[in-house]
Write a protein that binds this ligand. Sequence first.
Ligand SMILES: [Zn+2]
Length: 403
Amino acid sequence: MRSNVYLVGAGSSWALIDTGGRACAVSIRTAADVVFGADVPAAAIVLTHHHPDHSGSARELARVWRCPVYFHADELPLTSGEIAALGRYANPLDRWLILPLLRILPPSRREAMLAEGSLSDVAVALDPDGEPPGLPGWLCVPTPGHTPGHVAFFRPSDRVLITGDAIVTVNLNSPVGLLQRPRPCPPPRYSTWNWRQATDSAAALALLEPRVLAGGHGPPLAGPVLAAGLHALADGLDDAGAHETSRRARPAGQPRHGPLAPMPAPEKKRSRIGHAVLGLSAIGYPLTQATIRRFGVRGAVVVEAACVGLLIRDGFLLAAGTPRRLRHLPAALLWLETGVAAAAVAAGIRPLLAPAALERAARKHSSGSETIRRSAIRILFALHTLRFRIYLQPDRGRRPASP
Ligand SMILES: [Zn+2]
């Protein structure tokens, strides 16, 4: 998953906010050479949070530039590379995929992988009340939720706000949303530790009314698109139940959304559609089999048309570059779904060309292509269901026992 990094100049020095994935060190150094001149190391590396797509190159860059990597103190347990910390602050992706995979690995391999992701030897705690290192004129804004020690950075002089994953400008919670124009969006649920805190933090950031918003994913936004989008985001979060704490966070006397114009909030409606798709997907396989049993060849034509429809949709999402904007698991699921949909379509065409064979196969379950078709449809709906469950994951996060 591609993420943004920000090279922020301050007089003759500069600081790096976020470091991208593990393969980004060379391109960041090249960009820094172009912008600030060769051999001008960053004064500091400051991370919004410890996720591999934001902190992946931190160790290598810290080694090259001989500078520390700053995190909020509440994020430091995650930098330790200990499986207990990963479990304590697990997000849905960690709970469902990463931790189960780590637990079945041989201990030596597991330790090696965790040690690779550890930044404990270079990580230093930020002073959340002071000026962030290497960023004069900026403020550190604690925005817990996506991770326990997530932070954003705000420069009041020109109202530039760098949000990490507290607010992103591409909707990572819906495959439909990914095709929409960039706008301020909450973080992806499947990689968010505590959804309630995350929505409170996003609402608090919206109240800062930035002139420029630069998120961890998606293009930076400015102007009327940003103002209207922040208003819609805040309203959507209010609808989702985050309003109580966001109101508490609002300074007394300040209007709820400042001078922004009213905008409708689409989040609730989209969530309802998502849950309807999830329900339909969960009963997809028995529904297709019942359709074929009940309506014979005509039912098989309907099922084949549905598979072709899913294949076209997946092909469209792939052509639009959707997997690049998804995190690893949903992107992998989308690729898998496309392959399985193609197999289901291919296996469904042959019996349709010879309806007598279909009738025989449906009775005896003995045809090879029929077996492939059934298996492909079963897997297709299972993958689809899993992907939508990730998008619609409810808040299961907890506050840490000792932050
Ligand atoms: Zn993240």
